[in-house]
Design a protein around this ligand. Structure first.
Ligand code: SF4
Length: 186
């Protein structure tokens, strides 16, 4: 038996398709991701390239980049996260409506990269929950597109209906992170 979310037999059901609410909601969400381009350093140039004609992120339904947190649902953190910017990133993330996702693009956003310094946060996942990490310094635009496809797969597996009724759709991970303590290891 084929493993699919849609059960449809035109001879039996006519024009009616039977499926799961999760499958429909996730299908809509994963094909209409609106990224928030959080460009902080050199990686942001690769992010811009991903949106341009050669790589064309619109092939995946993600070309609607929004600089307002209330009109975006996927923050792409691309570049070095300094402590000066960390608080701003956290605030913008909190202003985004649920459901929302985060991609850490590049070595700096994922781990601090080469900047093991007093000024640099050692990974944006210390202040917000990250769904997909992209390696590289900088990653190629294709690597970002690959990460976005992985994010689509992840969205496709979410328990959306259950999360609609839950108070928080994200794990409590981010709530345990305090900006005040983020710099203690530098
Ligand atoms: S990972 Fe490399 S290219 Fe990206 S922001 Fe850091 S130093 Fe720049």
């Amino acid at each position: 038996m084929q493993n699919t979310n849609v059960a449809y037999d035109s001879k039996v059901e006519g024009e009616i398709i039977v499926t799961q609410a999760d499958a429909v909601i996730n299908w809509i969400r994963k094909h209409s991701v609106w990224p928030m381009p959080m460009g902080l350093a050199c990686c942001a140039i690769e992010l811009m390239a991903a949106g341009a004609s050669r790589f064309d992120i619109s092939r995946f339904g993600m070309e609607v980049m929004r600089f307002s947190p209330r009109q975006a649902d996927c923050m792409i953190v691309s570049g070095t996260v300094t402590y000066k910017m960390a608080e701003v990133i956290r605030r913008i993330y909190e202003q985004m409506a649920e459901p929302k996702w985060v991609v850490a693009m590049g070595a700096c956003a994922s781990t601090g990269g080469m900047y093991r310094s007093y000024a640099t946060l050692q990974g944006v996942d210390r202040i917000i929950p990250v769904d997909v990490y992209v390696s590289g310094c900088p990653p190629r635009p294709e690597a970002l597109l690959d990460a976005m496809i992985k994010l689509q797969d992840k969205i496709g597996r979410e328990r959306s209906v259950k999360n609609l009724t839950a108070q928080n759709t994200k794990p409590a991970k981010a709530d345990n992170l305090a900006l005040a303590g983020a710099g203690k290891d530098s």
